[in-house]
Design a binder for this molecule. Structure first.
Ligand SMILES: [Zn+2]
Length: 287
């Protein structure tokens, strides 16, 4: 009976809408090693900063820790319609609260489609540590200057929310379009009191998290000012965040690369761009 009560509420059934073609995404992942994918963009994101970039459908994006542990806060929008964006809470239900290979990041209503599918994760074996923490967190959200002001009475302009806000401004997107993030490389869990906790980032130099775009996307990433989260940002024993000091020892840059598969590769595998569910549902909510 217990197993029945605790089984996943949203079941991934063979042939169902949540099933992923694992052989296909394995083939996508293998192109990292066989030289068939072509690098089309790469950059280093300095500490305590944000950057947005476009990804064409079918392209593969990898977020990397080139110098060691560092958390990255990721936002994703449909490139053609920024009202469509990653929906963290539904993704928690349809996939899980900490994502890895074969999980998809879904978009909000009335769109509801996979924006990306995760194809690579060098921390895939970090699935539940002795404290019950897992990595690549969808439970929490970004740090922001409003909560910071409320809890510390201080202003700080380089929280992830602010880094993402600055990053998307050149693309015409505004602060209110920043949404709940995927905390890449961040290890979190719920304690015995059902309270959210964060641990020091388990990533090492050279770790990566990779996904394939299921449609054309705008992504934005922040190098969290908490860095590797080895020091608590709020609460007892906290050192207040200040200025934009580039020498903080817990903060490191992140690397981002975007790769393109050879012409015709995706067609030859039968891959198709994801379609918003809103074009299928015609109920009009009973109105
Ligand atoms: Zn942050």
């Amino acid at each position: 009976m217990t197993a029945r009560l605790t089984q996943a509420a949203y079941q991934c059934l063979p042939g169902g809408p949540l099933e992923v073609d694992k052989a296909f995404y394995d083939a996508v992942a293998r192109t990292a090693d066989d030289g068939s994918r072509e690098l089309v963009e790469s950059f280093i994101l300095p500490i305590r900063s944000g950057k947005a970039w476009e990804i064409r459908k079918g392209d593969i994006c990898r977020i990397m820790t080139p110098e060691g542990p560092q958390v990255g806060d990721l936002n994703i929008w449909s490139l053609s319609n920024p009202k469509e964006r990653m929906w963290a809470s539904r993704t928690r239900q349809l996939q899980r609260a900490h994502v890895s290979i074969y999980d998809r990041l879904w978009s909000n209503l009335p769109y509801l489609r996979p924006l990306v599918t995760i194809t690579g994760d060098s921390l895939k074996d970090y699935r539940r540590d002795a404290d019950g923490a897992r990595v690549h967190d969808l439970l929490g959200t970004r740090c922001d200057p409003y909560v910071n002001r409320m809890l510390t009475g201080l202003d700080f302009d380089y929280h992830c929310h602010s880094n993402l806000t600055r990053a998307i401004a050149p693309f015409g997107l505004t602060e209110d379009m920043v949404h709940d993030v995927l905390n890449v490389f961040q290890a979190t869990g719920l304690n015995e009191h059902d309270q959210y906790f964060m641990k020091t980032c388990p990533a090492k130099k050279g770790d990566y998290f990779e996904f394939m775009a299921e449609t054309d996307l705008l992504c934005a990433l922040s190098t969290c000012p908490g860095g590797d989260l080895s020091k608590p940002m709020w609460g007892e024993g906290t050192e207040a965040l200040e200025g934009d000091d580039p020498t903080l020892e817990c903060c490191r840059p992140l690397g981002v690369g975007v790769w393109r598969l050879p012409d015709g590769w995706l067609d030859s595998k039968g891959w198709k761009e994801s379609v918003p569910a809103g074009v299928l549902y015609k109920g009009n909510h009973g109105m």
